[in-house]
Write a protein that binds this ligand. Structure first.
Ligand code: NAI
Length: 287
């Protein structure tokens, strides 16, 4: 509960990352209000957060002896009003993020830390939407957020020193380590990772190798933990296509235009683990 840390999170968007971040926070004793658009999404999200907490506990990555934070789910952004920090984790579409961030920034008290978990949209672009860019910072939690300790923190041009101190304090309370970078489309991780995944998918598309072989080579020869296409299935191919479009529009880099195979998988509803099928078959949905 909040008496452990003083933090109260509102997480907007209860998909892959919203549930990851909620599990991380609750497991560290921080209460969370998780907001999404529909009750069915939230019912699934509650179950998913429970599974992720169980997984985190099994992996021994939660602090011992700490009471869990409370989880409240809601379809009303106004339930975020009492938070000390808002973490935006909705789809990687600028118009949706603009609407959500503008609304929530108008609901919370001045001094509330505003975080976006965006994959690729520059923080300075978002600062223009919320009108309080000094309190806005990018925190790119990795997936799964409760297993990977390192996070990429993006300081926007307007982000204040006080906000940087507060975000580091929050991440410390969540047991995370931060490396801070300057703002740019895709930041560091996704400017490197997303074109790699896109290129790996193109090799499958061209018939050069199967997904298993591409991943096997990256694992066996380059020491990649899972291979780029298993990573794609974990991230969500729908999210990757949105993120590549954001990168392509903002950098003009042709390597970032999503390849036909990824576009086809999205059209066919093969979004990766969350739909049970992507580059690999999972048999059942596994967020
Ligand atoms: P997702 O598609 O799994 O979940 C997005 C959620 O946002 C959905 O549940 C959707 O209903 C909800 N949503 C849409 N509009 C909304 C609104 N107006 N109000 C409230 N909720 C709304 O997406 P995912 O993968 O969780 O991505 C979320 C953000 O995190 C994106 O910006 C993504 O680029 C970023 N990200 C994703 C990672 C991944 O591995 N999937 C890793 C790191 C960052």
């Amino acid at each position: 509960m909040s008496e452990h840390t003083g933090h109260r999170l509102a997480v907007i968007g209860a998909g892959v990352m919203g549930t990851n971040i909620a599990a991380l926070a609750i497991g560290h004793g921080v209460p969370v209000v998780l907001v999404d658009v529909a009750d069915e999404v939230l019912a699934t999200a509650r179950a998913t957060v429970g599974q992720k907490l169980k997984h985190a506990q099994l992996m021994g990555v939660l602090p011992a002896g700490r009471a869990r934070g409370e989880l409240v789910t809601s379809t009303s952004p106004s339930d975020a009003a009492d938070a000390t920090t808002v973490i935006e984790a909705v789809v990687e579409i600028a118009e949706t993020k603009a609407k959500v961030l503008t609304e929530v920034a108008g609901l919370v008290r001045p001094g509330t830390l505003l975080i976006s978990n965006t994959s690729c949209i520059p923080i300075d672009e978002m600062a223009g939407w919320v009108g309080r860019g000094d309190e806005l910072v990018g925190v790119h939690f990795m997936n799964p957020a409760y297993l990977i300790k390192m996070v990429e923190v993006i300081r926007g041009t307007a982000t204040s020193d006080a906000t940087m101190e507060r975000v580091v304090a929050l991440l410390t309370a969540l047991g995370r380590e931060a490396l801070v970078i300057r703002d740019a489309p895709g930041f560091v991780i996704n400017r490197l990772l997303h074109p790699l995944i896109n290129r790996a998918a193109m090799l499958v598309q061209e018939g050069v190798a199967s997904a298993e072989v591409v991943d096997g080579l990256l694992q066996g020869c380059l020491g990649h933990a899972t291979g780029p296409l298993r990573t794609a299935d974990l991230i969500g191919i729908d999210n990757l296509v949105d993120s590549l479009n954001v990168l392509h529009e903002r950098t003009g880099d042709p390597e970032c235009a999503p390849c036909d195979l990824m576009l086809e998988k999205v059209r066919e509803g093969q979004h990766g683990r969350k739909t049970g099928r992507g580059f690999y078959d999972y048999g059942k949905t596994a967020r």
